[in-house]
Structure formats: structure tokens, C-alpha cells
Design a protein around this ligand. Structure first.
Ligand code: NAI
Length: 301
């Protein structure tokens, strides 16, 4: 499905990204395996993880090169795309997958924790996508696949930085889909559920949390890859501006914000009439303070 496509997968040294790189290479893509080789919180650097995935791809007869640049800096993000051009002569697909976590309750979150997560997820997705944009525009084709999360789409405790970044990515992805549509470029989001080292950092102190974690452990990272391969392919030309979720053998099309209900008064609103009329009329449709696990409340299939 991806014969001779040139793909950049960021954060592909482990977890979901590694499976994206392996699956895309197995379908004929030439892959830039980008990974800084950092810890879950984004500290440190190692060329090991990216090179190991390149070696795995080559051992199976595929084509790949390693890149250890950080997505979180503009110059470095440009080098990631240039690695594809230098090694394979073009760029067809960008998968914005690199990520870190710095969880902390909002009232304790430091500016550094906020900025580090926004930098890798939101700024990093913009930088790498933007670096590829001139190529996509001039060749009249291209694919963006951007990783979001139900931590942003629904909610989660202790992830203000991550939720803001991941919802920001949804807005970025839709904007790229709109602005690049005339160049036949598509942009979609995937919200995955899978057991990775990132999820392994979630605190599980209570029996309830431990039971939830045991369920997550059964969800394999490789289960996310088929959707990414499809979205990267020519078969997905008409699929753009969407948010998908994948949980083991379940695929979801996620909703997007639209008006739910409206009320109007010919004379306009005062704070008092909002309290007496608007809120009682609208409140039946308010959302509860749901977290991801409240919405995805059944066992993965
Ligand atoms: P992971 O921690 O296994 O993989 C992330 C990779 O990104 C790591 O190999 C890391 O070294 C790399 N990375 C970190 N900072 C980087 C930087 N500045 N430049 C280049 N590479 C960098 O985590 P996982 O679970 O595989 O996550 C992949 C994506 O999926 C992330 O965007 C994550 O937010 C998203 N996601 C994962 C979920 C899950 O259930 N595993 C749930 C929701 C979203």
C-alpha cells in the first residue's frame, strides 16, 4: 500500500511510533525513524532507539534511516525533513507521534512542565509539519497524521499541559487539512489507546487504578499501525480533517465541536435572564466532568 512512499515517523524509537515505522516499511515505505531517545519526561538523549528500529527494518529487507533530532526545535525539525530528502529524494508522509509527559495537578504545575510538553507535542507537530509543507505544496500531494489523546478530547486528571497540547494538535490538524486541501494534502488525527512506557508512568495506587492498568496492558501498540498505514496511503485521498480513535480491535470516528442547543430572546440577554431562562434550557445538555475512562467505560475488544 505504501510502495516507494517516503515517510517520517517522529518518536519512532519505541512504543506506537516504532510499530508505525515497522508497519509502513513492511508495506514498502522508505522510513525516516526519528527519535531523540529521551526519557518519558523528555530528559536525556540517545541514538540507540532510532538506530535499533532502523536495524530491525533493514533486517527484514526494508529501507530506513535514523534521525535523532528533536521535534521541539525549529532548526532540528527542518533537519528531520531534510534527512528524508537527502536519503530518499522526497517526502510523502509526516507522522507527528513524538511525545513526553510531565503530569502534575494544575495547581502545582510549573511553567517548565507546561512549556516542555507544549514544546514537544504542539510546537513539535507544527515545526515538523511546516518543514514538510513546501514539498507537499509543490508536489501536490502529502499526508499528515497527528497523534492526539482522549486526555484532551475528553479529559484526565493531572494533565493540563498534555490535554492543552493534544487539543491544540486537533486544531492544528484541521487547519492543515483546510489550508492544504487545494494541494491534495490530507491531515487527520489518531487518538490511540495502547500499553507503552508512557502509560507505564500513570500512578496506580488504588485497586481500581491497578485493575484499569491491567486492562490497558492488553492493548498492543501494533494495533494502532493499520489505521496509520491506511491514512498514509493513496486509498485515503478523500479522508481528511477527521479524528479517529483506536483501542485494540475497536476503531472510532470521534465527534467534533458543533452547537448542541441554542436559546434566543428578542430583547437580548441580561445576567438575570441567563440565570432564569438560558441556563435551565441548556443545562439538560451540559457535559459531566467526564474523564477518558468514564466515556470509554467498557472493556476493550
Ligand atoms: P513512548 O514514550 O513510547 O513514545 C514516544 C517517543 O517519542 C519516545 O521514543 C521518545 O524518545 C520520543 N520523543 C520524545 N521527545 C522527543 C523529541 N523532542 N523529538 C523526537 N522524539 C521524541 O509513547 P507512546 O505511548 O508510544 O506515544 C506515542 C504518541 O501517542 C504520543 O504522541 C502520545 O502522546 C500518543 N498517545 C499515546 C497513548 C497511549 O495509550 N500509549 C494515548 C494517547 C496518546
Amino acid at each position: 500500500m505504501l510502495k516507494d512512499k517516503v515517510v517520517v515517523v517522529t518518536g519512532a524509537g519505541g512504543g506506537i511510533g516504532r510499530d508505525f515505522a515497522l508497519a509502513m516499511a513492511s508495506k514498502g515505505a522508505k522510513v525516516v525513524v526519528n527519535d531523540l531517545g529521551a526519557s518519558v519526561s523528555g530528559e536525556g538523549k540517545s541514538a540507540g532507539p532510532a538506530q535499533k528500529v532502523v536495524d530491525e527494518i533493514k533486517a527484514k529487507g526494508g529501507q530506513a534511516v535514523a534521525s535523532t533530532d528533536s521535534v521541539a526545535e525549529w532548526e532540528a525539525a527542518n533537519r528531520i525533513i531534510k534527512t528524508a530528502i537527502d536519503a530518499f529524494g522526497k517526502i510523502d508522509v509526516v507522522v507527528n507521534n513524538a511525545g513526553i509527559l510531565r503530569d502534575r495537578f494544575f495547581f502545582n504545575m510549573s511553567v517548565e512542565e507546561w512549556k516542555a510538553v507544549i514544546d514537544v507535542h504542539l510546537n513539535g507537530s507544527f515545526y515538523v509539519a511546516r518543514a514538510a509543507a513546501p514539498y507537499f505544496k509543490s508536489q501536490n500531494s502529502g499526508r499528515y497524521i497527528n497523534m492526539t489523546s482522549t486526555s484532551g478530547l475528553v479529559g484526565n486528571f493531572g494533565q493540563a499541559n498534555y490535554a492543552a497540547a493534544k487539543l491544540g494538535i486537533v486544531g492544528l490538524s484541521k487547519s492543515m487539512a483546510l489550508d492544504m486541501a487545494k494541494y491534495k494534502v490530507t491531515s487527520n488525527c489518531i487518538s490511540p489507546f495502547a500499553w507503552s512506557r508512557m502509560i507505564g508512568t500513570i500512578p496506580a495506587d488504588t485497586p481500581d487504578q491497578q485493575a484499569r492498568l491491567e486492562k490497558i496492558k492488553k492493548m498492543e501498540t501494533a494495533k494502532i499501525a493499520p489505521l496509520a498505514v491506511y491514512l498514509a496511503s493513496d486509498a485515503a485521498q478523500e479522508v481528511t480533517g477527521q479524528i479517529f480513535a483506536v483501542r485494540a480491535n475497536e476503531l472510532f470516528l470521534m465527534s467534533q465541536n458543533r452547537p448542541l442547543r441554542s436559546v434566543a430572546r428578542a430583547e437580548g440577554w441580561t445576567p438575570e435572564t441567563i440565570a432564569e431562562h438560558a441556563i435551565p434550557a441548556l443545562s439538560a445538555h451540559f457535559y459531566k466532568l467526564d474523564r477518558s475512562q468514564d466515556v470509554f467505560s467498557w472493556d476493550p475488544f
